[in-house]
Design a protein around this ligand. Sequence first.
Ligand code: UDX
Length: 415
Amino acid sequence: MNIGIIGTGYVGLVTGAVLSEIGHVVTCLDINEEKIDTLKKGQSPIYEPGLDEILVRNIEANRLFFTTSTQEAFAHADIIFIAVGTPQGEDGAADLSYIQQAAKDIAINVDHNVIVVVKSTVPVGTNDIVEEIIHANMTDDFQIHVVSNPEFLREGHAINDTFHGDRIVIGAENAFARDKVESIFKPLNIPIMHTNRRSAEMIKYASNAFLAVKISYINQISNLCYALGADVNAVADGMGMDHRIGRAFLNAGLGYGGSCFPKDTEALAYLARENDVKLSIVESAIYANDEQRHIFAQKVINHFKGKILGKKIAILGLAFKPNTDDMREAPSIMIIKELVARGAVISVYDPVVKKTSFLDDIEVSYATTKEECVSGSDAILLVTEWKEFIEANWTELMTFSNNGVVFDGRNILKF
Ligand code: UDX
């Protein structure tokens, strides 16, 4: 099938790459010319294991194209995916301006019948709005259906998640459009769930918020474990053996970050407030998540009995989680800011994030190796659980520091 994709962020790019890999002809559209030029060369602008190979293979096979031209992207498209960002607005609500613009672009530029699939995470009711915008701006009487198809991929595992997801959710109000969208994904052999558009939109938010609640829950339990001398990893293992609970997403640590959980929990809480519905569990998860970073920073400050001025702190890991270069809502940012505000001298090392604009206004020194980072430090903070850190020889690594004090923000070290 011929597919157009608006937006080459994580979701759009990985979706485009995978759909071309299973035989569709895909044209990805983005307004950023530099990004499109990079992509045309088969280079991914994001760090995502396995993505470059798929890009190169399908560009060479003439199944994957990149363009900044709306006409080119839509010219032969049977289906157009909207995969643009829905960033968090000031009041916590999702900012839908990119979605609205995409809907207008489709209405103005499409010259044939087409199915529009909304992949971006959007508040309940947005697919209806997209359909209204398209119909209000259409220049001719084409048949256009809008279908919701939320994305569940994780950064760092995006390719694998897209090929081997637990489910594909298709929210449609029209059987023809539903079946056509289903047929795109058939080769993936993933269970497909049919529902209406509003429920599909809600499945995405409710899933992400549930996982966020699970993380905040285990983090608060871990704080209690710490106070009472219990081992949160053993507690999580024991809880996880109950199949009704499951072990996944029970890793206690510095809380969730990234481009999805923080934004989606806020957007869901906002939706609830707007509709006079209590969603206190999600509100509490947000609060607990924020608090978790302060608790960690405070533990470090307390270790030095409040006298952290001039102390050299080594930060291992900047990205919000391993296998990504994404710094959005990374716990490292807040922890570093809090320690710098108290006068600490910060040295950082991340296997992939070599420098970040998120720390532009903060004085930190970027080390090129973990050993350099730790050298002469008064405390080592493990912030992101990269494999390089998990597999490091810590006995040796600690000899580079002044005293071998380690704060394991991910409960991962075994000594
Ligand atoms: C998440 C969802 O998993 C995915 O389905 C959705 O499409 C987008 O949001 P992502 O943000 O890429 O994906 O990362 P994920 O691996 O889910 O981790 C999210 C955050 O939770 C990270 O900050 C991670 O460190 C944290 N986390 C995860 C924990 O603190 N403990 C855990 O047990 C699991």
